[in-house]
Design a protein around this ligand. Structure first.
Ligand code: MG
Length: 301
């Protein structure tokens, strides 16, 4: 859907905001979505159709999708956990869906109270229905580099889950460093194992967290291996519940700056993106802590 060198897949409105404790108005979220599209983002994960009691912050998913002013050429995927969520997503006019599981049994149990295999079974009708309707689909493999409960996660587990999701028919996999522990060598190990199993870079997106400051180093390593889609969250929201106060998702503005310096096109305007980042900061009532959010882009005087 894009002719750029790299796809930036924005997760701020969903992954970024989902764990925020103070309620955020639907209007503020719609404004955020609008500013992201203004900045040139063309894939924006809008919300989640999980049970409202599970993620109260996104309980307005139905309203939000009904009010969302869709820009031509912009994809607005939504997270769907099961057949019930799919009914809601269809009623709300969604046309792209994501399903979310993990490479760690302990994490899946704690996060969605299912085994990995049960989660795949729950997604089967969702992905089948989405494909029937011609929707784009994505599968998340979280905790691919480490788990807050079981520690190390071997690459064989990542490959196993990735294969099961691809068998369901998802178009793309997003491989996530949910707790932000990976370094470049881990990235080479996991992407290498996926490649050996026949899962090439063209089916993969990488979802890095900057919890320990390694997200951009990991992006560079993944770029060297041919990965051309990265998840990021404008304003750097989406802090990890397992490391209170720590940085969360890789910030879209930090990613954009790196890609600009690498001379890779992506379609996002940094100045316009910083307007969206400032909106997030104002909405949450706290200053921006992202590197480029604080310093701005570089203008040679
Ligand atoms: Mg994340």
């Amino acid at each position: 859907m894009t002719t750029h060198d790299v796809r930036i897949y924005e997760v701020g409105p969903r992954d970024g905001l989902q764990n925020e404790k103070s309620p955020i108005s639907t209007d503020a979220k719609l404004r955020f979505l609008s500013l992201l599209a203004d900045a040139g983002l063309r894939e924006i994960e809008a919300t989640s159709f999980v049970a409202p009691r599970a993620i109260p912050q996104l309980a307005d998913a139905d309203d939000l999708m009904a009010q969302l002013e869709r820009r031509p050429g912009v994809r607005y995927p939504v997270l769907v956990p099961n057949a019930r969520g799919m009914e809601r997503a269809e009623a709300a006019g969604a046309d792209a869906v994501c399903v979310f599981t993990a490479a760690s049994e302990a994490f899946t149990k704690a996060n969605i109270n299912m085994t990995i295999s049960e989660s795949i079974d729950a997604f089967r009708p969702v992905v089948a229905r989405a494909r029937e309707r011609g929707w784009w689909t994505r599968g998340y493999v979280s905790t691919a580099f480490g788990c807050p409960y079981q520690g190390d996660v071997g690459e064989a587990a990542v490959v196993g889950v990735a294969q099961q999701l691809l068998e369901l028919g998802v178009d793309e996999l997003s491989i996530g460093d949910t707790i932000g522990v990976a370094g470049p060598a881990d990235v080479r190990r996991v992407i290498g194992a996926l490649g050996k199993a026949g899962i090439g870079a063209d089916r993969l997106a990488m979802h890095f967290h900057d919890t320990r400051g390694t997200a951009l180093a990991n992006v560079s390593a993944a770029l060297d291996l041919g990965i051309r889609c990265f998840d990021a969250s404008t304003g750097g929201t989406g802090g990890c519940p397992y490391a209170p106060g720590a940085a969360g998702n890789l910030a879209t503005e930090d990613l954009v700056y790196l890609l600009d310096r690498e001379g890779l096109s992506h379609g996002v305007d940094l100045d316009a993106l910083l307007v969206a980042a400032q909106h997030v900061s104002a909405t949450l009532g706290r200053p921006l802590t992202t590197k480029v959010g604080q310093a701005g882009g570089w203008r040679v005087p």
